[in-house]
Write a protein that binds this ligand. Sequence first.
Ligand code: FNR
Length: 365
Amino acid sequence: MASEPVNVSEFEALAKKALPKMYFDFYAGGAEDEYTLKDNEEAYQRITIRPRVLVDVSRIDTSTSILGYPISSPIMVAPSALHQLANPEGELATARASAASNTIMILSFSSSYNVEEVAASCDAVRFFQLYVYRGRHIAANLVERAERSGYKAIVLTVDCPRLGRREADIRNRMIVPKLKNVEGFVSNDVDAGGGSNLEAYANSTFDPTLSWKDVAWLKSITSLPILLKGILTHEDALKAVEVGAAGVIVSNHGARQLDYSPATITVVEEVVRAVKGKIPVIVDGGVRRGTDVFKALALGAQAVLYDPTQVGRPIIYGLAAKGEQGVKQVIQMLKDEFELTMALAGCTSLKDITRSHVRTDRDRF
Ligand code: FNR
């Protein structure tokens, strides 16, 4: 491999070299058989693109917005835990790279720098992802601090009443070291029972009673818009609209929770149809190429909104391989690929990307 990576998968290879096996496996792994982990990426590969030719593509505009905030392309930074395991600068580097790329980062609840530190690291729009612990006071405190330090939305992760069974972490006896921050998270003091201390920790702290009525509770403690992350069915998408969510994120948590949940790209249309353009629909899971971003937008294009995708692991691979610069390069690479895809498919702005630009197994022409 050339020393300069030219795509996300080469960044992954560099990250694998750079990281201790235990940490690489923590980032890369999924739940149980990792069926959904593979399918998240393979489902994109089963979709083909139907290009239109003889279109003037001398100017391409990849920009869009989410909740009214402009972003330079429909590629956002998904929340992921513990960036300091990848690089000492951790989320500070990720935040700076996201800001420089004119995109929005969703800071994980389980970040290794706290909300104020990340807010102070650079001036940019960012959202805060929330897990709800038993007792609720930690969640309430963090929501208040996120709002005070300028985060623009709360992303409530709803697919994690308990931690999925990530066998690589159990096998490796994944121990999260003491990092700089994290409100009580982390965890050398949790009895790992010979397995992963992350699992033992999460299962003793996450509140498994969290339910739809708690969205009202969350709304009562913040004036920020609330997005629900981890929606995979039209039934739950409708409920999200009903409880007043400002948006949904179609996600299976990067296949780290329920194995054999569907590849996210296969349920985007179902969710988009259910919400009928009332709220934005973001999708994540398995996006590794600009063509994947294009496919996700095409499948979501029945709605009036042209909603973004977000990437999890590619960001971490960039961070592990080359720090802040690596994150910037990964975002730029995906954006460049997406722009090229638009040009070759005959689309000059996001509104030109339609459902008829892609073909899935289910389509008949
Ligand atoms: C995650 N994800 C995640 N989601 C969340 O809501 N809170 C979190 O703290 C984390 N942490 C986390 C850690 C790691 C290492 C990974 C890989 C993922 C899920 C994440 O937001 C997103 O849904 C997936 O990463 C998207 O899939 P890809 O892009 O990684 O395939």
